[in-house]
Ligand binder design. Sequence first.
Ligand SMILES: *Cc1c(COP(=O)(O)O)cnc(C)c1O
Length: 426
Amino acid sequence: MDSRNAYLFEQSQHLIPGGVNSPVRAFKSVGGVPLFFKRGQGAYVWDADNTRYIDYVGSWGPMIAGHCHPAVIAAVQDAAAHGLGFGAPTEAELEMAELLCKLVPCIDMVRMLSSGTEATMTAIRLARGFTGRSRIIKFEGCYHGHSDGLLVKAGSGALTFGQPSSSGVPAEIAALTTVLNYNDVAGLEQTFDEIGKEIAAVIVEPVAGNMNLILPKREFLDALRTLCTKHGAVLILDEVMTGFRVSLQGAAGYYGIRPDLVTLGKVMGGGLPAAALGGRHDIMQYLAPIGPVYQAGTLSGNPVAIAAGLATLKLVQQPGFYERLNTLSRNLAAGLQQAAHEHNIAFSAQSIGGMFGIYFLSTPPTSYTEVMSSSKEAFNRFFHAMLNKGIYMAPSAFEAGFVSYAHTDADIEQTITAAKNIFSTW
Ligand SMILES: *Cc1c(COP(=O)(O)O)cnc(C)c1O
């Protein structure tokens, strides 16, 4: 086999289900052989065959400062040299807690964990413990990690494989999750009218990034806040993707919406496993060891992960960071859209902060149904054509894209030129 990627994938499939440790990585929906990466630097990644790509996945979000940023690597090396973990509190966690409480609106107290899945799973349990209610509301196509009650009509890999509701989730557990349409105020109002007193929490991606990118309607965000308050339900903003991505204050800050609980991950770990659950003081008081809702983690607040996160959060606080990220992703979206329009291709693109969405639709979608009506075949063809030109985008039509501070104007230009060439013979 002449390709090292192909060889590694072939071997991996014997030992790892699908050859990957997270489903979307397998390229199943776009077809072909997934890339095995060996190195990243700034905006670029190199695969096992030493081919260089401009990276618009960024480890699915964390690499907001680019790969191997010297400040992050130095912080990790320093932390590692002091011990990889103690299973006991460290001063760095206090520093992280102070920072999260300062930067993220509505976080009075915070608990650190190791993955976004843990953060959302615990947020739901905490909301149930706090309210004494069982039912939750989520939105179709939103992804909140892979815990049972949240893997109902979910986005991301679950959506990519046409399996939004996983086998192995007992019907009794799924029955406690009511699934509504994103951006649908009437549906939300009706559900609250019917079962408002039973709802412990509404969990939502304030900008949906796991069914491609869907921006929230203003009235949708307002209705979420108003209805949760009126009916005593906990509003959980899942900002695992959007936190420190759409702005320094996340989507909550960007849209000025006040959640009761917030979940964070991805960027806050700087590439290592770190996540957080924070929010209102009175709710956070319900967490063990001071409250009755149990949660724990051997690796929670791991010093190396926290060091990577702190170093990354230091970088994003530099003046102009988000302005630059904004400009890069806006130019990319505008350039791609114009390239397609020059050849009369039904294609649109949009961005918010450091994330963007591309769609084989004439206007950006505002609902799950609209996203699903886009051509997967067109996306897959585009994906592989871009890959051939050294541009690595998410291997699914239902994932948002990410730019980093390390991307240059020349990288964006090169990406748009690649798309122009592809569209010219579309
Ligand atoms: C990635 C993601 C998660 C899950 O985080 P993991 O660290 O992969 O467990 C949860 N919610 C949202 C919005 C995400 O984008």
